[in-house]
Design a protein around this ligand. Structure first.
Ligand code: GRF
Length: 204
C-alpha cells in the first residue's frame, strides 16, 4: 500500500532543536508524517546532522553557488518537488523566503517564532521582550506569507518573563514550548484540520 503520510520538509540554518522535536514526535508516533527532506543554507548546521541520524535526506544548498534570492529559492523548490513535499516547516531558517516558494506552497508553509506575534518580529525576539519589559512572552506557529513573521497564526503559547531573566534563560523557557507546539501544529495540518480564512486559522 502506498504511504499516505504527509511528506514534510524542514528548512533550518543552525542548531535544529525544533527539527529534533519534530523527529522525536515522528519517532514516538505523535506526528504522522515522513521527514522527506531537510535543507540548510549553512554547511555546518547541526540540523543536517540530526536529519542524517534520523535517516532523512539532508541537503546543504550553498547560496553563493546560486546568486539571487529568487534563483536560490527556485533551486530549493526543485528539491521540494523532487521529494514530493506536502508541507514546508521553517525552523530557525535565517533566510527570507521569496514568492518563488511562497506561491508554490501557499497555505503549506509554516514557521515558528519565539514571541507572541505580532509583538517582537525579526531577530532576537527574546531580548526584545526583555527590553520592552513585558511580563509574558511566548511562541507562535504561523503560516508564512511575504513579510517577516507575518501570516495567519496557527498556535500560540504564553510563557512568563521572570525576575532576573536573561535572553538565554527566557529563550530556554520559550524553546521548551516551541518543541511542544510545532509538532502539534504540523500534526493538525497532517490531519487536514487547519482552515485559513483571511488572517484567521480555524482548527476543525
Ligand atoms: C527558535 O527559537 C525558533 O523559534 C526561531 O529560531 C530558533 C531556532 O532554534 N525561528 P532551533 O534551530 O530549532 O534550535
Amino acid at each position: 500500500m502506498p504511504d499516505a503520510r504527509l511528506r514534510l520538509a524542514v528548512l533550518a540554518s543552525g542548531r535544529g532543536s525544533n527539527l529534533q522535536a519534530i523527529i522525536d514526535a515522528i519517532d514516538n508516533g505523535r506526528l504522522h508524517a515522513v521527514l522527506a527532506l531537510v535543507i540548510s543554507n549553512k554547511a555546518e548546521a547541526q540540523a543536517l546532522e540530526r536529519a542524517r541520524k534520523h535517516g532523512a535526506p539532508a541537503v546543504f544548498l550553498d547560496p553563493k553557488a546560486t546568486p539571487g534570492k529568487e534563483a536560490y529559492d527556485a533551486v530549493i523548490l526543485e528539491h521540494l518537488r523532487k521529494h514530493e513535499v506536502g508541507l514546508v516547516a521553517l525552523a530557525g531558517y535565517m533566510k527570507i523566503v521569496t514568492r518563488v516558494i511562497i506561491d508554490a506552497y501557499a497555505g503549506r508553509i509554516m514557521n515558528i517564532h519565539p514571541s507572541l506575534l505580532p509583538s517582537f518580529t525579526g531577530l532576537a525576539a527574546q531580548q526584545q521582550a526583555l527590553d520592552w519589559g513585558v511580563k509574558m512572552s511566548g511562541c507562535t506557529v504561523h503560516f508564512v506569507e511575504e513579510g517577516v513573521d507575518t501570516g495567519p497564526i496557527i498556535q500560540q503559547t504564553a510563557v512568563p518573563v521572570l525576575e532576573g531573566d536573561t535572553a538565554e534563560s527566557l529563550e530556554a523557557r520559550i524553546l521548551a514550548q516551541e518543541h511542544r507546539i510545532y509538532p502539534e501544529a504540523i500534526q493538525l495540518f497532517a490531519e487536514g484540520r487547519l482552515a485559513i480564512e483571511g488572517r484567521r486559522v480555524h482548527i476543525k
